[in-house]
Design a protein around this ligand. Sequence first.
Ligand code: XUL
Ligand code: CO
Length: 439
Amino acid sequence: MTQKFFSTDKIAYKGPNNTDPLAYSHYNPDEIVMGKRMEEHLRFAVAYWHSFAWPGGDPFGGKTFDRPWFPDRISDEMEGAKLKADVAFDMFTTLGAPYFCFHDADARPEGDNFAQSTANLNTIVDIFEKKMDETGVKLLWGTANLFSHRRFMSGASTNPDPEVFAYSAATLKTCMDATHRLNGENYVLWGGREGYETLLNTDLSREMDQMGRMLNMVVEYKHKIGFKGPILIEPKPQEPSKHQYDYDVATVYGFLKKYGLENEVKLNLEQGHAILAGHSFEHEIALAQALDVFGSIDMNRNDYQSGWDTDQFPNNVPEVALAYYHILKGGGFTSGGTNFDSKLRRQSIDADDLLIGHIGGMDVCARGFKAAVAMIEDGTMDGELAKRYAGWDSDHSKKILDGKVSLEQLENHVLENDVNPQPRSGRQEFLENVVNRFV
Ligand code: XUL
Ligand code: CO
């Protein structure tokens, strides 16, 4: 790179009294928490698309970001893609972000045909490989963009045209190959157009079968190439489609069961998507854990008034704290991590705004995480939960759950013991006040 893009090349931790906008106040990667470095707990990742490929447009206006790698600034698109990779890795190392995530379409220019697009991708993957070696930055996950190009407007695997299914399968294969080559720790599928606008033109049952078949092919290929990380589905209820098939955790789990994939596929949960589906983020996390399909997270919030997916950096510590509380209770991340699927507001046009957005996100996550650790170490909340369900630990109760007791036997039990249960307080306010001690 001839000219530096950012004004600094190192974001340091300066502690909670810090006022330097280009330093961390709470994220201290080397701090040992619960026996592990904070960096290893949180496993932060930068999203290539929002930071480097998104031009800042909205439905009423075009690009606001003036980046030297955009096509109106550099005529050779491949040169632009290389410059973009330079700046991206410069940002990862400046932030000290251990991971990044990318779609094929964020990283390489679209070719005139499939073969050329793949060749472009592989050229950039060569560059990524070299830069990852040099910097130690790792790939949290790779994914295919099967939603932006007009060929995918009626869906990828759920398209009425089997040739679009084939094109999508071919694209998925190239992206899985790229992810495997770069030692990606997960592979993500977000079904951006896997849904419908109107049932008047949609055969829902057929489309679900197509999607189930594609996912099975992805799993078969993963095993064939020896990719060790999990395949992750990212649920979202709507946007861009009016209705998306991967609505939320419960819906995706039902889908996985129907197509025999519940032991093969896990989930990448996004905070903003949970809210769009009418859930809290911790609900989606706890449910995925209960169903044994929790994988990774995209930690970006929505604007709660506007009602769409605004992909903002997180800034609500109490919300983030409850998310990490559940993640930690489930044992923490294994292959997953904290990806910022976050973009700047379109008026934040300075290069350093990209650093500042990520610094804020990482600091908010670190604060929430530390609060979650304190809640766990304090133990009041867990203790309350244990007390609330203590009755289920008796031998009699265990027999019920083990299927050894019938309705008639329970009727006898109630009659013989004159059972007359008395309600007990759920103590929600008490528990909320406990949480408030830590956030
Ligand atoms: C879209 C979204 C995607 C996925 C990856 O809402 O979250 O960026 O994370 O395709
Ligand atoms: Co996402």
